[in-house]
Design a protein. Structure first.
Length: 160
């Protein structure tokens, strides 16, 4: 009888611990999915704002010219970074280089070098951060490497 009770209690404790572990794993998966979803929503909203600006006939090149930023670097070479390079083609703004954490694996589609933020960074008039999340952390890291304004593309788009 005692062995039976110990077996039942052991099985219940095992089931409870197993359920807790599964619950924790599911919670982490849901949290990661929510974070990714939030990031993509923010990216969608930023790109939508960009389309509105283009429909109004406005240009990012005018913003950079007005602020004296003729030579820029772009941090984040995903969709927004590549779109910014294309937007600034055939303007007076020169994209000197791109910066990306995965610099060795990124192709910009343009004739510019892509470097890691850990590299020495060539002097430019401004760095435009296209990454939609972690701007403050990126700004802090870049400000230790380069002495120029570090701008958020999202902020620029909503400022125009």
């Amino acid at each position: 009888m005692k062995k039976g009770i110990i077996s039942i209690v052991s099985a219940l404790i095992g089931a409870a611990l197993g359920a807790g572990a599964v619950g924790k794993a599911i919670g982490e998966t849901v949290s990661k999915s929510q974070s990714k979803s939030d990031k993509h929503l923010a990216l969608y909203l930023m790109m939508n704002q960009w389309v509105k600006i283009k429909q109004e006939g406005k240009s990012l090149a005018v913003y950079f010219e007005k602020n004296g930023y003729e030579r820029i670097a772009i941090y984040g070479m995903s969709y927004a970074g590549k779109t910014l390079i294309n937007e600034l083609k055939d303007t007076n703004i020169t994209v000197v280089y791109g910066i990306d954490q995965k610099a060795d694996f990124v192709y910009s589609g343009a004739d510019i070098d892509i470097v890691s933020a850990d590299n020495d960074l060539e002097s430019v008039d401004a760095v435009v951060v296209t990454a939609i999340t972690f701007f403050e952390e990126i700004e802090e890291k870049l400000s230790l490497k380069i002495d120029c304004p570090i701008l958020s593309l999202e902020d620029i788009l909503y400022e125009l």
